[in-house]
Design a protein around this ligand. Structure first.
Ligand code: ATP
Length: 865
């Protein structure tokens, strides 16, 4: 065989791949691409193959008469010949038209039509004058001789006189009989190895020897068709398999499209109508059940069952009418009943074409879809084609009223519901009419991607432009078939993509992706947003919880590389370094890139709406980012441990001194001692959330806080002996009394002065004492001892603080602001009162410090009046 012929055989053999390029051939035959191209172009010139105008050029099989597809051809009675079996039929034609024919192996389960197809191959060869009109078609079922190899050999190859006992005459075999025509070996897996070897000599050299004849070769011209239900890998010798370049696969009945199943069932009813010479009426629901049942014996079994139905009802039929319903036969039909019946007519040729029962009758519009080669024309022509399909199918019904495809295919209801849900996830709402039309597309193709007839030529560019429609349609298919998404190169996916494209109005060109950790956090957020906005804005990417930034970047990059990002990409992520992502993703994005982390529902909706309104990506950055800043509120309490709070109005300094004392007595392991700014304490109390203090066993404070719920201990009362620390005793490691005494001591001049760090206590005591007396005079009041000491502690600590440059300078509290005038009087007086101290220490007292002093004194003044 020449290299060119081998290449042709390769193309025939790899026909399923369909589009073969010079690269494929070069790689397979280890030759240069140029050599492969020149052989391929030679085959084109010889008219054996065709090529298209794509880059790279695709070469595909050509039948001798391409117009066969248009005019009724021999295979037209083989249902599916224009759709699911289309490629297989082309292979059959190629095998017939190849010089001397190519052996064909038909594979498929019982009853799928192997024998029928074999007979059609023979018929086709006759019709096209490839073999004589009277050329033989010899059939041998090898299973009949499975246990007798010798006998099978003799039947097949004939035998020489004396080859075995009883071989009295030289006898011809079936191969002799098939000379000039076809030999069909059914159940070929039953052939012994020896017989397979003999056959491959016949295939290679067109010669064989009869049984018992070791010398003479018989020369014949026999074309071979074989069929098997078995896996040939394990049943046929590899040397034999290699000599069969063409394998035809026939699908099970239930793997065919709904339309083909409809046509097959209708064909048999029609055939029966002719045979029994009755009109047959089949109830729509009954027909739907017959059509949707799974038959182990496939088409053969369906045919038999229909035969039995008819036979059973024949005796009760009247008026030459057989009526089939779920509940039994009727003799008379009311008009409304007729309206929901399929009619199969036997006796009126002229009327017949209006009714169903012709093979592939409803395939004509579908065939048109199948013959469109590029995606853009498919989009343009689809509405018209859908209308045609609907009309064709409606005309099959006796009633021509609106067709609801789900009535015919019960399982379609559920499928369409799932598909419509998917549509919503992408912001698309299909109305009833549209849902019905989607049903029609599924009716034509079936859901099984294996049999979506021929592939589409979709340019990379188109795929990128229509990626939204493609995602929706493949997700719809996946939702109802449970299978992986077919590629857009499959007919159903391409047609559905075109349909979705026609019915969607995506407003945003910007691509927006949400990447989140968790099983379906991102997808469900994307779906919710799309549904609420009514537009396909977001694509969600769910990441397993343990996946890091690197993998996220990798996945996003894989996706963005496959689609059109020229209008920009918005990437919302739940974590990760923005710089790192930006650097690694921007290389794959053609437009702007905006990455935002800490994605939230509010953010997704806000950005989504803006993109929907056509706001450019750049402007999103300027939108109210503050909306998305997370605000924190912590209510867990002040400490996880039991605690004592110490807070003094005269400043945290005194509280710290109190803490030094209390911590010597308390069990520090069990109880935490917390000092707190007085204003902060008041703020917490005012929040009125007792839970904040849930672990607090005591609040020690120098002022009288009126709160019955909280465990407040007033230090003044301790010092004056009016209260005790007894409530702390369960947590004290030493005597309560000692602790009390130390606190009282702190609030004596002696104790207080001991705690001054670097001021001379004697000097300060005198200076501060003058200031305190000044206030007593100003307010005309005599301060109690505790207040005097409290003031002493506070003022001396304040002077130390100011000297160190650590004075408080906070905004004034609302209380002070509300008493502006009185407070101003206080400040004016205080400046005089402190005059000596200010000049001695060269200090300025900020208003905030005066405010604190005012608050300590104002309490007492207010109580007095
Ligand atoms: N595509 C088809 N269009 C119309 N009729 C078909 C088709 N396929 C099969 N049939 C019919 O179904 C019946 C069973 O087909 P056939 O006997 O060819 O199946 P098979 O695969 O050879 O089965 P088995 O392996 O059991 O021999 C036949 O009557 C045939 O005419």
């Amino acid at each position: 065989m020449s290299v060119k012929d081998k290449i042709f055989q390769y193309i025939v053999h790899h026909y399923e791949k369909k589009e073969i390029t010079a690269y494929d051939v070069a790689a397979h035959f280890s030759m240069s691409r140029n050599t492969a191209s020149s052989h391929l172009n030679q085959l084109v010139k010889e008219g054996k193959i065709n090529k298209d105008n794509t880059r790279p050029t695709h070469f595909f099989l050509r039948t001798v008469n391409e117009n066969d597809d248009q005019k009724a051809d021999t295979f037209s009675s083989f249902i599916g010949y224009q759709l699911s079996i289309r490629n297989e039929i082309k292979k059959c034609k190629a095998a017939v038209n190849y010089p001397n024919g190519l052996p064909v192996l038909i594979k498929g389960n019982s009853g799928v039509g192997k024998s029928y197809l074999a007979s059609l191959i023979y018929r086709y060869a006759v019709d096209h004058s490839v073999i004589d009109d009277h050329a033989p078609f010899i059939v041998l079922n090898c299973a009949d001789y499975a246990n007798n190899v010798e006998l099978l050999s003799s039947v097949l190859f004939g035998y020489q006189k004396g080859a075995f006992t009883g071989a009295q005459e030289t006898t011809l075999g079936l191969i002799d009989e098939a000379d000039g025509g076809y030999l069909f070996l059914d159940e070929v897996h039953n052939l012994s190895a020896e017989n397979q070897e003999k056959l491959f000599i016949l295939i290679d050299q067109h010669k064989f020897r009869r049984l018992g004849d070791k010398k003479n070769w018989q020369h014949v011209n026999v074309r071979l068709i074989m069929a098997t239900t078995e896996d040939i890998e394990s049943t046929l010798l590899s040397t034999f398999r290699r000599r069969i370049p063409l394998e035809i696969n026939l699908p099970d009945y239930d793997k065919r499209s709904y339309m083909e199943r409809f046509n097959i069932a209708a064909f048999f009813y029609n055939e029966q109508a002719k045979i029994v010479q009755h009109d047959i009426y089949v109830d729509k629901k009954y027909f739907a059940t017959v059509m949707s049942t799974r038959y182990d014996g496939n088409i053969g079994e369906l045919k038999n069952r229909i035969k039995v139905q008819i036979a059973e009802n024949l005796s009760t039929a009247s008026d030459n009418k057989i009526v089939l319903t779920k509940t039994g036969a009727y003799n008379r039909l009311a008009s409304f009943e007729v309206a929901s019946m399929y009619r199969f007519i036997w006796n009126n040729e002229s009327k017949r074409q209006n009714f169903i029962g012709y093979p592939d009758k409803h395939a004509t519009a579908a065939m048109q879809i199948d013959q469109i080669f590029d995606f853009k024309s498919l989009i343009n022509r689809l509405p018209r084609l859908i209308e045609d399909i609907e009309n064709e199918l409606s005309s099959a019904l006796a009633s021509h009223h609106g067709l609801n495809i789900a009535d015919l295919i019960p399982e379609l209801t559920d499928m369409l519901r799932k598909m419509s849900k998917v549509g919503k996830h992408y912001g698309l709402t299909f109305n009833d009419k549209e849902i019905n039309e989607i049903g029609l597309l599924i009716y034509i193709y079936g859901i099984n991607p294996l049999f979506m007839s021929r592939t589409f030529t979709v340019l990379e560019k188109d795929l990128m432009i229509y990626f939204r429609s493609f995602t929706i349609s493949t997700t719809m298919l996946k939702a109802c078939s449970g299978q992986n998404c077919p590629s857009m190169r499959s007919c159903l996916a391409a047609t559905l993509t075109a349909y979705v494209q026609l019915h969607s109005h995506f407003s945003s060109n910007v691509l927006a992706i949400i990447v989140m950790h968790g099983e379906n956090n991102a997808t469900s957020l994307a779906y919710t947003a799309n549904e609420m906005i009514g537009d396909y804005i977001y694509q969600g990417f769910d990441m397993p919880i343990n996946v890091g930034v690197k993998e996220i970047i990798q996945r996003v990059n894989e996706y963005v590389r496959s689609i059109d990002t020229s209008h920009g990409l918005l990437l919302l992520v739940d974590m990760g370094s923005l710089e790192e992502m930006y650097e690694k993703i921007i290389q794959n994005v053609n437009g702007d890139l905006l990455i935002v982390n800490n994605v939230s529902t509010a953010m997704v909706l806000n950005y989504g709406l803006k993109l929907h309104q056509g706001v450019p990506l750049m402007e999103l950055i300027e939108s109210e980012m503050a909306d998305f800043v997370p605000h924190k509120q912590y209510y867990a309490g002040l400490s996880q441990k039991k605690n004592v709070l110490i807070s003094c109005i005269s400043g945290e300094g005194i509280a710290v001194k109190m803490k030094d004392i209390v911590s010597k007595y308390i069990n520090a392991h069990d109880v935490e001692i917390i000092t707190m700014d007085y204003r902060h304490l008041i703020e917490l109390i005012n929040r009125n959330k007792p839970l904040i203090f849930k672990n607090t066993i005591a609040i020690l404070t120098t002022s009288n806080l009126d709160n019955r719920i909280l465990p407040i201990i007033n230090i003044e009362e301790i010092v004056n002996g009016m209260s005790s620390l007894n409530s702390l005793s369960p947590f004290l490691v030493k005597n309560v009394k000692d602790c009390t005494n130390e606190i009282i001591k702190l609030f004596t001049l002696e104790g207080a002065s001991e705690r001054l760090n670097f001021l001379n206590p004697v000097k300060v005591i005198n200076e501060v004492d003058r200031v305190i007396k000044g206030y007593e005079k100003f307010y005309n009041i005599e301060f109690k001892n505790f207040l005097r000491i409290n003031l002493f502690l506070h003022l001396s600590a304040m002077i130390e603080r100011l000297l160190k440059g650590e004075g408080i300078d906070e905004p004034l509290t609302p209380f002070i602001r509300n008493h502006k005038e009185v407070f101003q009087d206080f400040v004016d007086f205080s400046n005089l009162n402190f005059k000596e101290i200010l000049s001695t220490y060269n200090l300025v007292i900020p208003k905030a410090e005066y405010a604190t002093i005012y608050q300590i004194i104002a309490q007492v003044v207010a109580n007095k009046s």
